[in-house]
Design a binder for this molecule. Sequence first.
Ligand code: CAA
Length: 284
Amino acid sequence: MRQVTTVGVIGLGTMGAGIVEVFARGGLDVIGVETTEELAERGRGILQASTDRAVAKGRLDEAGQQDILGRVTITTRMEDLAPADLVVEAVPEVMDLKHQVFSTLDGIVGQDAVLASNTSSLSITTIAARTAHPERVVGMHFFNPAPVLKLVEVITTVRTDEAVRDAVVELAERIGKKPVVVGDRAGFVANYLLFGYFVSALRMLEQGHVSREDLDTAMRVGAGLPMGPCTLMDLVGLDVCDHIGDVIYAHSRSPMHAPSAMLGRMVTAGLLGRKSGEGFYTYD
Ligand code: CAA
């Protein structure tokens, strides 16, 4: 395996832009790819705002910020990923789109480059199956907000090469993250359990058992979590929660993941959490 020094990130939404920042802070050269110049500009804006905040809080000096930004190239051309040793895909959670991205990548990057997906719940095995070299495909799942949360789930399939797994674990450690190696099942480990907890919380709300504020307080103050479940679902995005929940339930068929009608109605009504300004709570 070649040493990973240049990485690509495809999709510069909240997660993708956060992942770009994490790699650049870790001293790697990063090529970020978006589909349009407008989306590329949004990605640059997220990166700029996040590093501006770090400077304002005294966690980073201006030279350090310039260093980080100088290591990042943002482009709309997939071909610019040719020099990447590893590419992380962070495009929307649609399997056809993932297949399209991975098969395009097959024709661009070198034969020994690693292809990783940041998918929250889709099958890495299914993504890998349609690539030319499934042994180089893994999951590299970051958590929101990516610049803050240390966990990275490294998801292997029955085809993943052990050297590829080890290279991704080593890379995650090098950029200051805490990797865990997990098998390929819907929701992997963290989301499988987290979404069972979300569904239980939603049931309590549906039954009028507790108010959203008291539910959040109980888990924050009583269980020592940084946020209660309603605040956390608002952070993740209620549409994202609904979608991930559906994918996990489709595979697990476990009652602990059975979809919540209330969550579905909130999404239909446009209450998506922080990003839309309103979810369980309202935001400025
Ligand atoms: N980007 C970069 N930095 C951020 C940030 C962001 N979006 N949000 C917060 N931070 C930084 C702040 O700048 C601050 O840094 P300093 O301490 O150096 O000043 C630090 O994080 C703490 O932030 P705050 O003081 O504003 O607020 P907080 O202490 O309440 O922390 C939080 C905010 C980090 C989000 C914390 O509440 C938390 O960890 N919440 C739980 C998040 C969680 O569980 N995420 C997992 C979601 S599930 C998932 O992601 C998987 C999936 O596939 C869907």
